[in-house]
Every structure is written in structure tokens, then in C-alpha cells.
Design a protein around this ligand. Structure first.
Ligand code: EPZ
Length: 433
């Protein structure tokens, strides 16, 4: 089990380059199931969840080429024949986003058998809205032995209103609707940039989608989709994480290759805490030479402040003068990082969905445990300013969504190293199926 060892105290100086967005790459890889022609995706991040998705698609019978050469991070997926349109529990339990194959498989093959994801560290995370939406499109759904089975001759366009805003629910149904017979209107959709990025790929494949990125999406079903080439958008959560790192360490850090239009709520909130930035369309420079001051936070669906940045913001709030009330409105159990931060010296009280963070408290290095992807990021941020050497265990959580984080941090002055049984490069790098 790999660990990260970080000695705090260094300001981060220089330029760090942002990778492709994991949460755009995952639905785009699933979208390749909708056609028997090759789909080429560029700017794919080298993270575990991409490798898991590669395995998932290959197990169904798709040909998946995944390469992280110097020139490109690219995958070519050709789902010519899908002998086994299903997603097994073994894979789904390691990555709940595997349920993104449900919609494409039903639409393409007329049937799908996908394991229910079960819960995860941050909450119950049901997929009832995915299932309800597919039933609206005419799929017959049964659930037994921990699996969802869906079947249809052909999906029928329909009017769908989501009871709750769901990102992968919107993406799942969007993919299914592209091959339905007739028009589908989806309301109360997620507006995340990753939804719009998926729609851009689907339209390049011949789909007829309007309104992606807004709360109402119109889809005119077509009989077939063709191959396409698409570049994945930059990862706005990775960018936000590094902006917080530059602010907390009192550095002067240029975050390059991001899309700053996706960062408005994050930049606005950080400005409230006194963080100084210089923003260009594809980069953000953060100058951490100002003391930080407390500011309350509410996580909301996009374009509000993202829940995926809540843990990182909490780490920053421990270094801000005053009391910050952090409210997590999206998931019911997303404060797992708080107790680990307390062990490092933070003053945080949890009351239901509210965390009361009193700063500024000096942090001291400790042996801490990562519990989920963004909680791990929060512990890295705290370790960068803690006094001494912090050891973060179970960093496989971090590897799910951050590409080469220790190289990127080392490149801008952090004292960080990975120890433990290093994964052979082939496990997350060049493979061919
Ligand atoms: C996506 O998860 C992201 N994952 C998450 O990022 C992100 O935290 C989340 O959206 C919210 O922005 C990917 O895109 C792969 P939801 P998703 O469906 O789609 C409830 C990360 O760190 N809900 O938008 O699973 C659900 O319980 C990950 O990169 C239902 O009740 O989240 C939650 O309370 C973590 N029924 C709320 O909706 C459903 O059928 C929002 O969840 C679906 C969701």
C-alpha cells in the first residue's frame, strides 16, 4: 500500500500543468459503447479510474488502446461487438461511475446487466434516478442479486424531469436518449462542464443534442452513431486543488492548461478569504502573500461551489483567521477528512451537515489515513503547511483522480515522496486490449 511522505513549510513556486478531467473522461469512454466505430479521446488523465474503465469496456468485448506517451494521453475505443453487455460487481465496487455504461448498453444492445454500486465513503449514492429515467425511455428494469438488468427492443423518446440534480444520472440518460426513437426532453439536468463535454463528443458522433450545460436538454434520437475524435476538457477540481495549495503555502503558483471559466465559484469564494489571483482564460496565477480570513461555504450543484472542492476548502479554512461554517449540501457523509485534520491540530466541530472550522491553527505533522479521493487531497494540502513530516496512508484513493501528484508538487518546490510497494508502471500506464 503506497504512502506519501510530505515535509511541510515550502511555498509552492513555479508552474503546474493541469491534466484532463477524470469526470469528463469517464462518461466519454462509456459513450464509445454507442457505436461500432473507433472513438479517439485525447487529454485522458493517467489515473486509476481510467484504467478501471479500460478493464470494464474490454471485459464487454470492446477493443481499448490506452497510451500515455510524451506526446499524448490518448485512448482509442472500438466497441465493434459487445459479447457481454455487463458490468461486474468486482469492477463496479471499485468505481461506482461504472454505472455510466448502463444507458449506452441498453441503447446500443437492447440489454444490460450492471452491478448496483453499493455505498461509498461519502454517502449512499443510489442510482434510482438513472433507473427511473431509463424506465421513462421504455426500458424494462429488474433488480436482483445486487444487479440491475435492463431490456428493450428500442428506447422511446420521452419527457424526463429529474427529482434531484444528478451528474452521472444526466450523463447516463443523455447517452441513452441519443439512440432512442423520437425526441427526449430532460429537465432539472446537471449543468456541470463535464455534461457539456460529453454532449460535444456525442454530437461529434452524430447525435442531435441541444442545451447540454443548461438544466433543460433536448435530444433528437438517431438510428446510429459513428466514430469521432474528441479532446477532454481540463480538470477543474485538480486546478482548484492546486490554487488552494498555492494560497495555503504562501507561494506564487501558476496553474496552466486549465479552463478558468469553470472556476468562477471557486475563485469567487477564495477571493472572499483574501486569496489574490491573476486569471486568464487558460491559466490562474495565485499569489499567497496575503493572510487568509474565514468565509462560510455552501456546496451546491454547478455553477455553485463544487462539493468536490469542499475538503480542500476545509484545509484552507484551518489556516484562515476566524470561524468558517462549511455546509455540505450534496452528500450526507463527506466530512471524513475533518477528524484527520483535527489530529494534525485543526479546530473543527461537526454538526450534521455543518462543519465549524476555527482558525488559524498551526498544523503539526502526523500519520494520517486517506478515506476517499478528495479527503486525500485535503490531507496533502494540510501536510504542505504542517510542521514536520506527515505520512499519508492509502494514497490509492488519491491515485484515482490526481495524475502524478507527487511529481507535480515536487516540480514546484514541495518536499514529497512516495514510499511502499510502488505499482509497476504498466499497472496504470501503457496497456493494450
Ligand atoms: C458525480 O458523482 C461525480 N463523479 C462526483 O465526483 C461528484 O462529487 C458528484 O457528481 C457531484 O458533483 C463523476 O462524475 C464520475 P450525483 P454522481 O448523482 O453523479 C443523489 C469525485 O470526487 N442521487 O450528482 O454519482 C446522490 O446521492 C467524485 O470526482 C440520488 O439520490 O453524483 C447525491 O446526494 C465524487 N439518486 C446527489 O444526488 C441517483 O440516482 C448528487 O449525486 C443519483 C444521485
Amino acid at each position: 500500500m503506497d504512502k506519501l511522505v510530505i515535509r511541510g513549510g515550502n511555498p509552492l513556486l513555479g508552474t503546474v500543468r493541469i491534466s484532463g478531467a477524470k469526470n469528463a473522461a469517464l462518461p466519454c469512454m462509456a459513450a464509445a459503447l454507442l457505436t461500432d466505430e473507433p472513438v479517439i479521446l485525447e487529454n485522458i488523465p493517467q489515473v486509476r479510474d481510467i484504467e478501471t474503465t479500460r478493464k470494464l469496456l474490454a471485459a464487454m468485448g470492446a477493443e481499448v488502446e490506452l497510451g500515455y506517451g510524451r506526446a499524448h494521453h490518448r485512448t482509442t475505443i472500438c466497441a465493434k461487438t459487445l459479447a457481454a453487455p455487463e458490468a461486474s460487481y468486482e469492477l463496479v465496487k471499485t468505481m461506482r461511475a461504472s454505472t455510466l455504461v448502463l444507458g449506452p448498453l441498453v441503447a446500443r444492445c437492447g440489454r444490460a446487466r450492471v452491478s448496483l454500486p453499493g455505498g461509498c465513503a461519502i454517502g449512499a449514492r443510489p442510482i434510482d434516478l438513472h433507473i427511473k429515467g431509463l424506465e421513462h425511455l421504455g426500458a424494462k428494469i429488474t433488480q436482483e442479486h445486487g444487479y440491475v438488468e435492463a431490456a428493450t427492443d428500442r428506447l422511446q423518446g420521452a419527457e424526463i424531469v429529474f427529482d434531484k440534480i444528478t451528474v452521472t444520472g444526466t450523463e447516463d440518460l443523455l447517452m441513452a436518449a441519443t439512440l432512442a426513437d423520437g425526441e427526449t426532453v430532460m429537465q432539472n439536468c446537471a449543468r456541470e462542464p463535464e455534461v457539456a463535454d460529453l454532449a460535444a463528443l456525442l454530437n461529434a458522433m452524430g447525435a442531435k443534442i441541444h442545451g447540454a450545460g443548461t438544466s433543460t436538454i433536448h435530444v433528437k434520437g438517431v438510428s446510429k452513431l459513428h466514430g469521432a475524435k474528441h479532446r477532454i476538457i481540463p480538470d477543474r477540481i485538480e486546478a482548484g486543488t492546486f490554487i488552494v495549495a498555492g494560497a495555503m503555502t504562501g507561494g506564487d503558483l501558476n496553474i496552466a492548461g486549465c479552463d478558468s471559466h469553470h472556476l468562477t465559484a471557486i475563485l469567487q469564494k477564495l477571493a472572499e478569504t483574501g486569496v489574490k489571483t491573476a486569471v486568464k482564460p487558460d491559466s490562474v496565477r495565485v499569489m499567497g502573500d496575503q493572510p487568509l480570513k474565514a468565509a462560510d461555504l455552501n456546496t451546491e450543484e454547478y455553477p455553485g461551489f463544487p462539493t468536490d472542492m469542499q475538503a480542500q476548502y476545509m484545509a484552507l479554512a484551518t489556516q484562515a483567521e476566524g470561524t468558517s461554517i462549511v455546509v455540505e449540501n450534496i452528500f450526507e457523509n463527506r466530512f471524513m477528512h475533518a477528524q484527520e485534520l483535527v489530529r494534525m491540530g485543526a479546530n473543527i466541530k461537526i454538526e450534521g451537515r455543518r462543519a465549524i472550522v476555527r482558525g488559524k491553527t498551526p498544523l503539526s505533522a502526523a500519520a494520517v489515513l486517506a478515506s476517499d479521493l478528495r479527503a486525500s487531497a485535503s490531507l496533502v494540502l494540510a501536510a504542505l503547511v504542517a510542521d514536520g513530516e506527515t505520512i499519508i496512508d492509502r494514497v490509492y484513493h488519491l491515485d484515482r483522480g490526481y495524475e502524478n501528484i507527487e511529481e507535480k508538487l515536487k516540480g514546484v518546490g514541495a518536499e514529497i515522496r512516495r514510499v511502499g510497494d510502488l505499482l509497476p508502471k504498466r499497472a496504470v500506464g501503457l496497456t493494450r486490449d
